[in-house]
Design a protein around this ligand. Structure first.
Ligand SMILES: Nc1ncnc2c1ncn2[C@@H]1O[C@H](COP(=O)(O)OP(=O)(O)OP(=O)(O)O)[C@@H](O)[C@H]1O
Length: 258
């Protein structure tokens, strides 16, 4: 069964066509990563797939057409970690993670014991317990990034959309966060659709990679099929060396000068 089905997705921003007829299918429990050069439309496509932007075409989550779904139902189905989310000033880490439970809390109601437990569990999973009482605006970029992920996990959605989830993280935390997402994917059957710039990392974690260029899918398939010297030369204008790795091809840019 498909967790995400995207047919002929188009997105216009201020009249400019940014996503141009994208088809995409992500199976339940699968991890698909969208790569592509700056400005290719990765974030825009991801935001549209998450229902955050007006779009043309059809998007279905677990077989349901997104356009007709209520906000609460959407938030129970899909959790997103966007680049640089807006953080309410002065908010504490625990309260921010608890915001992930908003779709389960009745209007004018209070959070339940299950909501508090879900927030606690997310803090534990992301190694954030010592930060629970800290103001979010006092955390480092990488610590904040983990808090954003914790909020998404607390949301308890089956689909996780991650826009550059590790861009602010050092190499150790990058690995830690991606391993954690992968473990949760296995344990909870989560489906992951991410965007990433680091091609080796993209290849190591994704089951499939989609290469977007100028708003169109120009290659899709296993990491070894997409991360080729020819594809990357054509769409990134870069000379690379591909080294076989244990979990996917490793991509190294090589200098072209003398
Ligand atoms: N309001 C807007 N009007 C016109 N063009 C826009 C608007 N917002 C964004 N764009 C353009 O849309 C294109 C795609 O942006 P998007 O952020 O989706 O790309 P991306 O592939 O995620 O890029 P990056 O790798 O740099 O994050 C960019 O060229 C950007 O300048």
């Amino acid at each position: 069964m498909s967790a995400i089905e995207v047919e002929k997705l188009t997105v216009r921003l201020d009249g400019t066509l940014i996503v141009d007829g994208v088809d995409l299918d992500v199976a339940e429990g699968e991890w698909v990563t969208v790569i592509g050069p700056n400005g290719a439309g990765k974030s825009t496509a991801l935001r549209a797939i998450g229902g955050l932007l007006p779009f043309g075409g059809t998007i279905r989550w677990h077989g349901r057409v997104v356009a007709g779904m209520h906000r609460r139902e959407r938030a129970k189905a899909v959790a997103m970690v966007l680049q640089a989310p807006v953080v309410p000033p002065g908010m504490r880490v625990f309260d921010y993670v608890l915001l992930g439970r908003t779709p389960y809390i009745p209007p004018l109601g209070r959070e339940s014991a299950a909501d508090l437990a879900a927030a606690d569990e997310a803090l534990v999973a992301l190694d954030l317990v010592p930060f629970a009482g800290r103001r979010l605006d006092t955390l480092s970029g990488g610590e904040k990034q983990r808090v954003f992920l914790a909020r998404a996990l607390a949301q308890g959605a089956g689909i996780l959309l991650l826009d550059e989830p590790t861009s602010a993280l050092d190499i150790g935390h990058q690995q830690e966060v991606l391993e954690l997402v992968d473990r949760l994917r296995a344990e909870r059957g989560l489906t992951v659709l991410a965007t990433m710039h680091d091609l080796s990392t993209a290849g190591e974690y994704a089951d499939r990679i989609v290469l977007l260029s100028a708003g169109r899918v120009v290659a899709a398939g296993t990491p070894s099929a997409v991360l080729t010297e020819a594809n990357l030369a054509e769409h990134y204008r870069v000379k690379v060396r591909i080294i076989p790795g244990d979990h996917g091809p490793l991509v190294v840019a090589v200098r072209t000068g003398p």
